[in-house]
Write a protein that binds this ligand. Structure first.
Ligand code: ADP
Ligand code: MG
Length: 701
């Protein structure tokens, strides 16, 4: 059938009146035949198996039984009447119960005739009963071609209340197949169908709605999932290509004096291969005439700062300014310090702008930015203020991307005609699966190698009852000259309790680690910024050996001499947060440790989190587990991206299909960017149809 015909409004389908059409639209977003066709079942009931009454289990589940009704009676109750049938087979008897529709059922049921019944068998008052069973004469059941795998469609309470139950949806679907004669054009090219050995679109649609067998159902699911992911990938990749063609970027064609001088004379260490590769990828972007839009992922401590600096030097070599934004003042300050140290011998003007920058200094910064004297501006959100105007911003680097919104980012260059190159750095690895779907239109660089000589952090799980041993261990480490973090959870909802835990903990630590032998810093969100800085400073300088803190230290703090991270109530932290916290240690040459303290009460999820943390240091592996535990909905950025609107594929479970889909989308666009080859005609046509009917745009903001 002509694909346009599938755009017929749902009102036209036989069996759908104006009321049902309205409900289908408002409840399930079904406007057209096509939409109904793409309403895929959530699950299937297996009706290939027949139970005997004698086999029924007391757990209530859906079963199918062959037997006869031998008796029918009305039972009067306070709450109303019910119709009860006695149903028997050769192993026993049970009751079928109806609370409504009595007249019709009494008139239509044939006594002592074999039926197939289907429904939930409940154990009630010493016998099994099944309310409102589906019933079909055995003779008709045998003759019917209906699938043994019964689809269960997504529904809503309102639909059910208005009588549009699963059976009705099923009927409508059958009607749709009748009206369209189930002739559906294929939406994938012959090449793909052949290479992947896929069933046709028509066969897939038949089998997703009326599976003929488990095997065909599996094939139908694979094909439809692939198709869904393929067209999303196609669009993301094409968006990326378009950006490269259309969004002009500053061309940094000079690898000039600063970069070269730094590289040859001032590199404090040899770059890792991963760092070299990433710098190369960035340099390619910067010289391509198109705007760079790159995500740089690298675990904590993988050395992103030097990459950021070298990218900024490239900008300056080409007579542009660069800025580096961090989510917190502490982090901005640290970036500023490390970059100042690195460029110490170079003629580079670097300044720091945060909320606490003094007015006089601020004025100087504003001036130097405008007249071009300032090369690098490092700062917090303060950089985004309207008063901050650049002479020629050519590069914006954003650290810890998830804390800045897209809109905020855009603010940086809304006044520019040509946008600056953008490099987003994150230490929270986004699982590859998710990154592909979310950021398929960004380029991604990954530093997947730690600088040499790092000893992997040893992570253990200890119960609160072992606290004395843990304290002894801390004393030993401090005796060796090391420093220790002790972190308490602080969660908004239970802030008061958490705060009390923190203070109690602090007091008990003070008792166990008495002055003057031990000095303790404490930092938490309720302190004034100046006090926080003071305490932090003491720890950084090594004047205190123990830092008691809430998660404010999560991001960025760099104290290489700190080698022990104790996380209290670790079961209350999420995986990525645990991993971030652990990243605070292991920054020096010494062996570092992370100790996860918990009570004995642990949920299965907490156990998985703790087990994952003790097993691996790999941020990507951790991110994958996190995604599996929490689902994509809770991971940053997914809410807006619409990956949750997938109709059939599951971004976590269908990882392999996603990879295949991406591979094919890339392959095809590489070979035929405008999809103009004859072999890709079907794809171009389908893609255009999707765009026209806005199917695909639902996925992407
Ligand atoms: P992050 O990726 O977490 O921002 P940093 O850039 O802060 O990591 O680097 C962590 C530490 O590793 C810093 O002390 C830095 O000087 C050091 N470092 C970075 N790259 C290398 C390298 N190639 N060899 C040795 N040390 C390195
Ligand atoms: Mg960093």
């Amino acid at each position: 059938m002509n694909p346009e015909a599938l755009q017929t409004p749902i009102d036209y389908l036989k069996g759908v009146g104006p009321n049902r059409a309205d409900l289908l639209r408002s409840e399930l977003g079904i406007h057209t035949y096509q939409d109904l066709l793409n309403l895929f079942p959530n699950r299937y009931l297996d009706r290939t198996h027949y139970y005997k009454i004698g086999q029924l289990q007391r757990s209530s589940s859906e079963v199918q039984i062959v037997g006869k009704v031998v008796h029918l009676k009305m039972v009067e109750q306070q709450r109303g009447k019910r119709l009860v049938a006695t149903f028997v087979d050769d192993t026993g008897q049970m009751e079928l119960v109806w609370f409504r529709g009595h007249k019709w059922i009494r008139e239509s049921i044939k006594l002592n005739t074999p039926y197939v019944i289907f429904g939930k068998a409940n154990w009630f008052n010493g016998k099994f009963s099944m309310p409102h069973p589906e019933m079909e004469l055995l003779s008709e059941h045998k003759a019917s071609l209906r699938s043994a795998m019964q689809p269960i469609y997504p529904s809503t309470e309102k639909l059910n209340n208005k009588g549009i139950n699963n059976r009705v949806v099923n009927k409508l679907m059958q009607q749709l197949f009748v009206e369209t004669k189930a002739r559906f054009y294929d939406t994938l090219s012959v090449d793909i169908l052949k290479e992947l050995n896929l069933i046709s679109k028509a066969e897939a649609l038949v089998n997703i709605h009326f599976p003929k067998s488990q095997e065909l159902l599996a094939k139908a699911q694979w094909r439809l999932k692939f198709e869904e992911l393929f067209y999303i990938q196609l669009q993301l990749i094409q968006k990326n290509i378009t950006r490269k063609h259309k969004i002009k970027g500053f061309n940094f064609d000079q690898v000039g004096d600063l970069f070269n001088e730094f590289f040859k004379q001032h590199l404090p260490f040899q770059l890792t291969n991963a760092q070299k590769r990433v710098i190369k990828e960035i340099r390619n972007d910067l010289g391509s005439n198109a705007q760079m839009n790159r995500l740089l992922q690298g675990d904590v401590g993988s050395g992103k700062t030097i990459v950021a600096l070298m990218t900024m030097l490239l900008a300056i070599d080409n007579d542009f300014q660069a800025c580096l934004m961090a989510p917190t003042e502490i982090l901005a300050q640290q970036h500023y310090n490390s970059i100042l140290t690195l460029v110490n011998d170079l003629r580079v003007n670097v300044k720091l702008l945060t909320g606490s920058t003094k007015t006089a200094e601020r004025k100087v910064i504003h001036e130097q930015l405008l007249n071009g004297e300032l090369d690098i501006l490092i700062g917090t959100h303060a950089v985004l203020e309207d008063k901050v105007q650049f002479f020629n911003l050519g590069l914006a680097i954003i650290d810890e991307q998830h804390r800045f919104g897209v809109a905020q980012r855009a603010k940086l260059w809304e006044k520019n005609e040509i946008p600056p190159h953008v490099l987003v750095m994150t230490a929270t690895p986004i699982p590859r699966t998710l990154a592909m779907s979310l950021y398929g239109d960004l380029d991604i660089s990954i530093i997947d190698e730690l600088p040499p000589g790092r000893k992997p952090i040893k992570t253990v799980h200890r119960y609160d009852s072992n606290r004395l041993k843990v304290f002894r261990f801390i004393r030993d480490e401090i005796a060796k000259g090391r420093q220790v973090y002790i972190v308490y959870p602080l969660i908004q909802e239970s802030e008061k309790m958490d705060y009390k835990d923190l203070m109690d903990g602090y007091e008990s630590i003070e008792r166990d680690f008495p002055k003057p032998e031990y000095q303790i810093s404490i930092v938490h969100g309720k302190m004034k910024a100046a006090d926080k800085d003071y305490e932090m400073e003491r720890f950084v300088k090594g004047e205190t050996q123990i830092m008691v803190a809430t998660t404010v230290i999560e991001v960025g703090v760099n104290v290489p001499n700190a080698s022990v991270m104790i996380i209290e109530s670790a079961e209350r932290f999420g995986l990525s947060q645990l991993h971030q916290l652990r990243g605070r240690v292991g920054r020096g040459a010494e062996q570092s440790y992370c100790i996860l303290m918990t009570s004995h009460k642990l949920t299965n999820d907490s156990k998985t989190r703790l087990e994952t943390m003790t097993r691996t240091n790999d941020g990507f592996e951790i991110a994958e587990v996190d995604l599996k535990l929490r689902g994509p909905g809770d991971i940053m950025g997914t809410q807006q991206s619409g990956v949750l609107n997938l109709k059939i594929a599951d971004i976590v479970k269908d990882n392999d299909i996603l990879k295949t889909a991406r591979y094919y989308a890339l392959k095809i666009l590489k070979d035929d960017p405008s999809l103009s080859k004859e072999a890709n005609k079907v794809i171009r046509y389908t893609y255009a149809q999707m765009a026209k009917h806005r199917n695909i745009w639902n996925y992407i903001s």
